[in-house]
Design a protein around this ligand. Structure first.
Ligand SMILES: [Zn+2]
Length: 168
């Protein structure tokens, strides 16, 4: 079933929701429909509705959205790519690596954690990047809410909603 992109009142993308949640928000008057999926309808015996494609809440909450620091989101930020050998892996085959090892004072944060395959993680062990000549492919950053939301969409979905993901 198609999803709906939920925006806050300032048109800031918040999350993808399913059609049940979309209709609930509409019928409880907490959000308005900005755009419909043109090709899909939901029918009840008395009425039929076009499925909302983009909805806008009447409240503004975009600014408080911070990407949760967790395993899965780190993998998404790094596109499931080992930051040392540049190969793609499934989540189950990836580990988290402290760029500056904990034993050397490295923190557990967005800026010091990268995705690494087991082989690279073992190879790097407790060494600093310059000691083992293993620099992460990309400098680790704290991801923006919108870019994370985008990364979790499939190719087709990106195409459907791309116009709404304007970066601040
Ligand atoms: Zn690797």
């Amino acid at each position: 079933m198609r999803q709906t992109l939920l925006l806050d009142s300032s048109y800031y993308p918040l999350q993808m929701i399913d059609w049940k949640k979309a209709l609930t928000l509409f019928f409880t008057e907490r959000a308005e429909v900005v755009e419909h999926h043109q090709d899909i309808e939901i029918s009840s015996p008395s009425k039929s509705f076009k499925l909302p494609k983009v909805m806008r809440l009447f409240t503004k909450i975009g600014d408080i959205n911070v990407v949760k620091f967790n395993r899965q989101n780190i993998f998404y930020r790094d596109d499931f790519t080992c930051q040392y050998c540049a190969q793609k892996f499934k989540a189950i085959d990836l580990t988290l690596d402290h760029v500056v090892p904990r034993s050397r004072g490295g923190k557990t944060s967005w800026l010091n954690i990268v995705s690494a395959c087991e082989k690279c993680n073992n190879k790097k062990a407790d060494k600093l990047p310059h000691e083992c000549r293993m620099q992460p492919l990309k400098k680790p950053i704290e991801p923006q809410w919108i870019s994370m939301l985008m990364m979790k969409l499939t190719h087709n979905e990106k195409d459907v909603w791309k116009d709404w993901f304007h970066f601040k």
